[in-house]
Design a protein around this ligand. Structure first.
Ligand code: 5RP
Length: 222
């Protein structure tokens, strides 16, 4: 199977997982990226079965609206049963690196609110130790150099992502050459650097369910 076929398969598995639990009042949290896009396109075919969605990025909001799916501000939603999103890396504990698409802050906020976070990913994303994928950090622009120096003290190599502005008007620093043995601890340490908005480690709030697309079918890990 191609990588796109694996992404399509996990998107379908997410639909199959949530569909029996939805009603016409349900609002669904929706992530960002190519895997999430497969999910959005499938969601469109069942849009009469739920109320609407909360988007983790402007791009996702636009795609949902193009399909005629109502998009709500998170502050207007009292109950978010599910958040469905992709990842750049996952380990066996369902701790993730996210933010390859620069949407990490809104993704982390929606994931924090959702009762169940379902991560959908092809098997190339599963690793033993997180960190081969450079860890994205969203930073207030004026703090760029300061945050870079502090990241070096933590053992990482910071690289400014040229030409990228997040939906929140900030910049992204990608941290290379980390071997993340303790994701929960590193997530805290990075968050404590003044000027950091969010980092792409989803370890304090990992996924609850990982639907992993493999050559032998979709595996569900909890
Ligand atoms: C965006 C993300 C995405 O979930 C992550 O980059 C995976 O994307 P894709 O499904 O295209 O591989 O975190 O900020």
């Amino acid at each position: 199977m191609t990588q796109d076929e694996l992404k399509q398969a996990v998107a379908q598995a997410a639909i199959d997982t949530i569909r029996p639990q939805l009603d016409t009042d349900s609002v669904i949290g929706v992530g960002t990226g190519s895997t999430a896009n497969f999910f959005i396109d499938l969601l469109a075919s069942m849009k009469t079965e739920f109320d609407g969605a909360v988007a983790s990025s402007e791009a996702t909001a636009e795609r949902l609206k193009q399909h005629g799916i109502p998009v709500y501000d998170l502050n207007a939603v009292s109950n978010l049963e599910f958040y469905i999103d992709g990842a750049d890396e996952t380990n066996e504990h369902l701790e993730l690196i996210k933010g390859g698409g620069a949407a990490l802050t809104r993704e982390k906020i929606v994931a924090a609110v959702a009762k169940t976070f379902i991560c959908i990913a092809d098997e190339s994303k599963k690793v033993g130790v997180l960190g081969a994928f450079p860890l994205p950090v969203e930073v207030i622009p004026m703090a760029r150099s300061h945050v870079g120096r502090e990241i070096v003290k933590l053992g990482g190599d910071p690289v400014y992502r040229e030409g990228v502005k997040t939906d929140n008007g900030n910049i992204i620093i990608d941290v290379h050459n980390l071997s993340i043995d303790n994701p929960i601890d590193l997530e805290s340490k990075l968050n404590q650097i003044v000027g950091v908005v969010t980092n792409g480690l989803f370890a304090q709030r990992p996924a609850d369910i990982l639907l992993l697309g493999t050559a032998n079918g979709v595996e569900a890990l909890k």
